[in-house]
Design a protein around this ligand. Structure first.
Ligand code: GDP
Ligand code: MG
Length: 177
């Protein structure tokens, strides 16, 4: 009763997945702290960062999880996925192998989730236009075929980073409200 009088609380878990070095950690640091690191270590020791945004006048918090580099060993654990209601599946537009891995990441996500997950395919490093290996259309087609949102981003110059996270968080909100 009157659950929204004091303002309902929303806390959503979002995971970032994708091959090593596609820019997952930098997407998160750009979004959460507006920071970018050219020589970021694979392990940053932080499990997740919490970001708030307002939707329909309500405070919505997203707990965004970053791997600690385990993806290099294909050993992202089920604990990482547990309870996730949103996911960013990231590839590097300058490295085709990372795009080819997307299907495997989608499979893994599906295996570990028991609920509706808002999913966004993210082609990161779009600042590297001169060495682009995956066209925008290719990214879009895969996203359409798999029923994912799609966006190209650059953690380096900030292009679409906030947008990508916010679209996912809004979709989660729509899924639960
Ligand atoms: P992760 O292993 O997926 O977490 O990738 P990192 O965030 O550690 O980034 C791997 C490397 O790519 C680092 O050297 C980053 O500086 C670089 N990087 C990350 N995002 C971008 C981007 O948008 N553009 C460019 N040019 N480099 C990026
Ligand atoms: Mg990382």
């Amino acid at each position: 009763m009157d659950s929204d009088e004091e303002g309902e609380e929303y806390l959503f878990k979002v995971v970032i997945i994708g091959d090593s070095a596609v820019g997952k950690s930098n997407l998160l640091s750009r979004y959460a702290r507006n920071e970018f690191n050219l020589h970021s270590k694979a392990t940053i020791g932080v499990e997740f960062q919490t970001q708030s945004m307002e939707i329909d006048g309500k405070e919505v918090k997203a707990q965004i999880w970053d791997t600690a580099g385990q993806e290099r060993f294909r050993a992202v654990t089920s604990a990482y996925y547990r309870g996730a209601v949103g996911a960013l599946i990231v590839y590097d537009i300058s490295r085709r192998t990372t795009f080819e891995s997307v299907e495997r990441w989608l499979e893994e996500l599906k295996t570990h989730s028991d609920t509706t997950v808002a999913r966004m395919l993210v082609g990161n490093k779009c600042d590297l236009e001169n060495i682009r290996d995956i066209s925008v259309d290719e990214g879009k087609s895969l996203a359409e075929a798999e029923g994912l949102f799609f966006m190209e981003t650059s953690a380096l110059d900030s292009t679409n980073v906030q947008k990508a996270f916010e679209i996912v968080i809004k979709e989660i909100y729509n899924n639960v409200s």
